[in-house]
Design a protein around this ligand. Sequence first.
Ligand SMILES: CSC[C@H]1O[C@H](OP(=O)(O)O)[C@H](O)[C@@H]1O
Ligand SMILES: Nc1ncnc2[nH]cnc12
Length: 293
Amino acid sequence: MAVLGVLGGSGLYDIDGLEDRRAVAVESPWGEVSDEIVTGRLGGLDVAFLPRHGRGHRLAPGGIDYRANIDALKRLGVTDILSLSACGSFREELAPGTFVLVDQFIDRTFAREKSFFGNGLVAHVSMAEPVCGRLGDLVVQAAGALGLALHRGGTYLAMEGPQFSSRAESELYRSWGCDVIGMTNMPEAKLAREAEICYATVAMVTDYDCWHDDHGAVEVATIVEVLNRNADAGRALVKAVAPLLAAERPAACHKGCDHALDHALITAPAARDKGLAAKLDAVAGRVLSPRES
Ligand SMILES: CSC[C@H]1O[C@H](OP(=O)(O)O)[C@H](O)[C@@H]1O
Ligand SMILES: Nc1ncnc2[nH]cnc12
């Protein structure tokens, strides 16, 4: 059965409309989860909501333990993650208020743990298609039903932050063909893939970063104002996706996200680090022998 994980970004620290709502403190061997995870039922589907910066926005983008968050969602049985994120725009037509269903990433973060695997248990998953097309289809359908304009496709530049970009960086990323910029979707999407969880992100444009001659530098106050105007639409989108996923999900993901580890492990079983294998019980238990995890 499907369980929808929702990662709320800046301005989205809770969701409403959950039946049988509870807050669960999930322990992860990877570190501190950003906050308690709120579980419940929405449109006939089990849902788990986690604000990635924690309630009150305590955590900086580089201070989030992305591995603990993804591991904790996996432990709750999450099969699909919908990420809702604020972002800056590199394109005139992606004006503040626009929702973008991102389909590619460029990862420019450099000070974060990016993999569950490593020395003693090496794995290489494909990130050629970093988001789940099936979950994306459901998001498009849900947005259509709500009459919400959603731009399908776009490349998200993940920067380290926490400072916003310089104008030269902004121009560089534009010249690379990037569409939007944010600080959190990497390594989140990579880790979701390693954990065999379908991942899709709806990036809500809050500003034009700093390249646009008619707009000044990015300011948190402006971002928060735009976010507050869009948070309800983001929550409505989650509510509309849930029943669609409930109907779709008894079947396995035909894009293969839920089998991402099938051919990824390269360390010989005899050479594997037992401690690391034990930590991977939730993320990779499916492909590790019962004695390993
Ligand atoms: C508050 S502006 C910068 C902040 O907002 C975005 O966060 P999220 O992706 O969690 O919505 C951006 O990535 C930065 O972390
Ligand atoms: N311009 C921007 N750069 C990085 N992260 C952002 N989040 C919202 N706007 C942003």
